[in-house]
Design a protein around this ligand. Sequence first.
Ligand SMILES: O=c1ccn([C@@H]2O[C@H](COP(=O)(O)O)[C@@H](O)[C@H]2O)c(=O)[nH]1
Length: 275
Amino acid sequence: MTTFTQKLDAAWSHANSLLMVGLDPDPMRFPAELHGRPDAIYEFCRGIIDATAPYACGIKPQIAYFAAQRAEDQLEELCRYVAERYPQLPLVLDAKRGDIGSTAEQYAREAFERFGADAVTLSPYLGFDSIEPYLSWEEKGVIILCRTSNKGGSDLQALELDSAEPLYLRVASLVADKWNRNGQCALVVGATFPQELAQVRQRVGDMPLLVPGIGAQGGDIDATVKAGCSSRGTGMMINSSRAIIYAGAGDDWREAAAKAAVDTRDAINTARSAL
Ligand SMILES: O=c1ccn([C@@H]2O[C@H](COP(=O)(O)O)[C@@H](O)[C@H]2O)c(=O)[nH]1
């Protein structure tokens, strides 16, 4: 049985890439050749995956973009496609679930059985018993929101506790010291806050981090790599979605996505080589 963590480790080294390609498919932004097709979401995402997979350490579909278009069936087919065609490529379902244990059991089945994801993103807000049902899938990854990339993340995550530490660092410690019983946990930390990213890295050792916020959100790649790499020079799934999938709007959309992925991977690797 290969675990998520082992699969991710292998992808980092085989692809020599820390880039995670995000799938946020918005039909309004699709190339003309896909307009009006009932399977447009599937075909768009498949095109992006085929174009970018060689340069990526994983794929991250955001479930809201599929659910909003009543296209969960296309997501299901896409997940099957990735598992069959790119079995070495970790698939992270970005769902940010968080609910009481009985409901969490159903969300875990949705992520791991229905979609066959290797890992899922979760909110820590409901506490350990809301995370436990996912942890019982021992080979799967459980990626917990810690310091999100959006400005409003500070409203709660930066709140100072009695100990004077911010809430996001308490989440980091809780996950690293108590919840990560099977070595299957990871954290979400935004590239838009490199200082906080460095603090989290220091707190959690070499735990994998999912790092969104470069590309369309403007996070700085050099600062992200400096702040977030593990002691082995890996440790991050640095996500870029819109800047890659919408790099081209014409007939060359696949080639444009491939070029954006290569350029992003290379910018990350240039920063890694300066560590
Ligand atoms: O803190 C977070 C957590 C998740 N996301 C998700 O990542 C992508 C980012 O897309 P871009 O187009 O690269 O900005 C998107 O799916 C978000 O839901 C995040 O941005 N920040």
